[in-house]
Design a protein around this ligand. Structure first.
Ligand SMILES: [Zn+2]
Length: 292
């Protein structure tokens, strides 16, 4: 496994030891839950509690099994979160973005794992097989249906995010919902029966009418809103003619190296506003500038 250590990728590098065997060992789980040093990540509204640019942990006291999520261990200290099926994410996106900006990628990675699993519990309370009510299982890393015995696991949905590249320029696009001036890499969900490369080529063609001739993988990132795996790629394309799908994008344009550099610096006269640092689109621009 090679991690892109020279590339900043938000939500990666979590220090969590996920202690997977403990999920299947009730005695070992009880020992961790009654460890006086155990800590709790309390996330009312799914906002990360922070202090001095790090996650703020609270003392942990054992919870009922159906509320217990064992995140894992950090420095051999057990870390838990509380499952609340009634939880609803606060619609305070700007506040969340500011909190994420204050965290290191690894600390944000702990938050990403916790948020995705807690949110999955809240949205998957019933069995997809028979419709009965399910309950948390395996220390919060699964749900079990008491009626038909099916185990359900948190899912991750792959999304490709890519820069098309043509003769020293890259293609950026903006959705109508973006902040004014913001442009980013194009992106879309990988469909059933597709490879990553095929999804990149299809999305580029659907959204911007460009034809990929080669696709190279750069890096990936868990994205906890609610549970995507972002797969970042750069694709060389056959020419620079754009045919925009206006149902997906409001605009798309080719930008040069100096224009990307200015956007990443946040220059006031930059021709576009770059995505935030913890978004892999930002890492993708940096990877392209570094010649990956
Ligand atoms: Zn069932």
């Amino acid at each position: 496994m090679s991690l892109p250590k020279d590339l900043y990728v938000g939500f990666t590098g979590s220090p969590l030891d996920r202690a997977e065997p403990v999920r299947h060992d009730p005695e070992a789980l009880r020992a961790l839950a009654t460890d006086p040093a155990a800590l709790l990540l309390e996330m009312p509204d799914y906002l990360p509690p922070t202090e001095n640019c790090a996650l703020a942990w609270a003392p942990f006291t054992p919870l009922p099994a159906e509320e217990t999520l064992l995140l894992g261990l950090i420095d051999n200290i057990p870390r838990f979160a509380r499952i609340d099926p009634q939880a609803v994410a606060a619609k305070r996106w700007a506040e969340l973005m500011t909190l994420l900006d204050s965290l290191s990628p690894g600390e944000a990675g702990i938050y990403a794992a916790a948020r995705s699993v807690l949110d999955w519990h809240a949205r998957h309370r019933f069995c997809a097989n028979c419709g009965a009510k399910t309950a948390p299982h395996h220390a919060g890393w699964a749900r079990l249906c008491p009626a038909c015995g099916t185990e359900h696991y948190p899912r991750t949905d792959p999304v490709v995010i890519m820069l098309a590249e043509y003769e020293g320029r890259v293609l950026v696009g903006r959705q109508a919902a973006f902040a004014p001036g913001r442009y980013s890499a194009l992106a879309g969900f990988v469909e059933v029966g597709e490879s990553i490369e095929e999804a990149v080529a299809r999305e580029l063609h659907e959204e911007a009418g460009v034809v990929a001739t080669s696709v190279r993988y750069i890096a990936s990132q868990p994205w906890p809103f609610p549970s995507q795996l972002m797969v970042a790629c750069i694709a060389t394309v056959a020419d620079d003619a754009i045919t925009l799908d206006l149902t997906e994008l409001e605009d798309a344009k080719w930008v040069e190296r100096a224009e990307v550099e200015a956007a990443l610096r946040g220059d006031e006269d930059a021709v576009f506003g770059a995505p935030p640092r913890y978004a892999i689109a930002n890492s993708l621009f940096n990877a392209w500038l570094a010649g990956r």
